[in-house]
Design a protein around this ligand. Structure first.
Ligand SMILES: [Cu+2]
Length: 130
């Protein structure tokens, strides 16, 4: 009986660890001239509203919390469809930033994160296919 309980406890801990790990299932690291940008999401990019957490660090690894961020999602023209470009608002949350990135259809997405600080704007870019 004791062993059964121990086994049950082990599996409960095991699965809660997996559940926690899943909360950061997607991580994208980008570099600009002055910053390291880390995007974290519970899921890899999918068609729909993606909640992204964005962490900005300077080159010494210190969090940058006083920048202004913008995110743009761009889809190049497709057969029978003009190009699309969306600006997603970014809000500051504690030591990082968050945005609801609405990837409203499948296709090629190019994402640009604009980091503005002291009147200087730097861009971090990446892309993916949905
Ligand atoms: Cu399209």
């Amino acid at each position: 009986m004791r062993n059964v309980l121990k086994t049950a406890a082990f599996f409960m801990i095991f699965f809660s660890v997996i559940a926690c790990a899943k909360k950061e299932a997607y991580k994208k690291e980008l570099e600009t001239q002055s910053y390291k940008v880390v995007i974290i999401s519970e899921k890899p990019p999918f068609v729909g509203i993606n909640r992204w957490k964005i962490y900005v660090y300077d080159k010494n690894g210190n969090p940058v919390t006083d920048a202004k961020l913008k995110i743009n999602g761009y889809m190049p023209p497709m057969p029978g469809m003009p190009e699309m470009s969306f600006n997603y608002p970014v809000e500051k949350v504690k030591d990082h930033y968050e945005s609801d990135v609405n990837l409203n259809m499948g296709g090629t997405w190019q994402i640009t994160v604009f980091i503005e600080k002291n009147g200087k704007v730097e861009k971090a870019k990446f892309g993916f296919n949905l």
